[in-house]
Design a protein around this ligand. Structure first.
Ligand SMILES: [Zn+2]
Length: 59
């Protein structure tokens, strides 16, 4: 589940999981809880954009 929330599943796993998610209340709840953790997804995004901007030139 955390792997899904973090967006690290590959395309096939992602699809399989999303299909499962539609039918599984438990996972829907878990996903909602994960996305409500303050800063959780923000922290993930920040980490990823740091990677992307690694070779950005300073002013
Ligand atoms: Zn489930």
């Amino acid at each position: 589940m955390a792997a899904y929330a973090l967006g690290v599943l590959d395309e096939e796993d992602h699809e399989v999981f999303e299909r499962h998610l539609m039918a599984c209340e438990e996972c829907q709840l878990e996903l909602r809880e994960l996305s409500e953790v303050p800063g959780f997804l923000d922290a993930v995004r920040r980490d990823r954009s740091n990677d992307l901007n690694e070779d950005r030139t300073p002013h």
